[in-house]
Ligand binder design. Structure first.
Ligand code: HEM
Length: 152
């Protein structure tokens, strides 16, 4: 057991917890919420936030460590790993930005709508759209992670 291996393991555990949590919310809880169980979803989404953001922080911090283990700069550029890493980084920033908007703006709007007797559907629709985009980007990011680690 080496430090780089443990850090890579944490990287993947963080990714599984983050993306797995969104898959469960998007494909199990959100369909039920759109059919009338919005309060249950709002509570679950609020409770999921600390776990999700701990996982996101873990993935990003361990990702930076992984970059330091890729080897000589010239080799990273030659193999194409550098370009894939740049693409992955931009996509992860986009994912984190959407997640911030989802968890701290839309989930808050949803809870406010439920508390004031308003319509929860607009916030639920926004969260559904954002989850789909995050999951689609995650497919590309996971592929790029695998490709980067095999390019060197
Ligand atoms: C700032 C964010 C991130 C950075 C800088 C980063 C960086 C890296 C690097 C450099 C590697 C190669 C590790 C190695 O070969 O030793 C890697 C592997 C990987 N990353 Fe990330 N990553 C980030 C976020 C993510 C996210 C958000 C996901 C998933 C949603 C992810 C999934 C993976 C996967 C599946 C691997 C392949 C592991 C392997 O087969 O060895 N990464 N990452």
């Amino acid at each position: 057991m080496t430090v780089p291996l443990v850090v890579l393991w944490l990287h993947l555990v963080g990714a599984v917890v983050w993306i797995g949590g969104i898959v469960y919310q998007a494909h199990v809880l959100l369909p039920a919420a759109r059919r009338g169980e919005a309060a249950t979803f709002a509570e679950a989404a609020r409770r999921a936030r600390p776990v999700t953001w701990t996982a996101i922080s873990l993935v990003v911090l361990t990702g930076f460590y992984n970059v330091t283990r890729l080897g000589p700069y010239e080799r990273v550029i030659e193999t194409g790993a550098g370009l894939m890493l740049a693409g992955k980084f931009i996509l992860v920033i986009a994912m984190a930005a959407i997640m911030g908007q989802r968890d701290f703006a839309q989930v808050t709007l949803l809870r406010a709508a439920l508390a004031s007797g308003g319509d929860p559907q607009p916030a639920l629709r926004s969260i559904t759209r954002m989850d789909r985009v995050v999951l689609l980007i995650a497919l590309v990011v996971i592929y790029l992670g695998l490709a980067i680690s095999r390019a060197r």
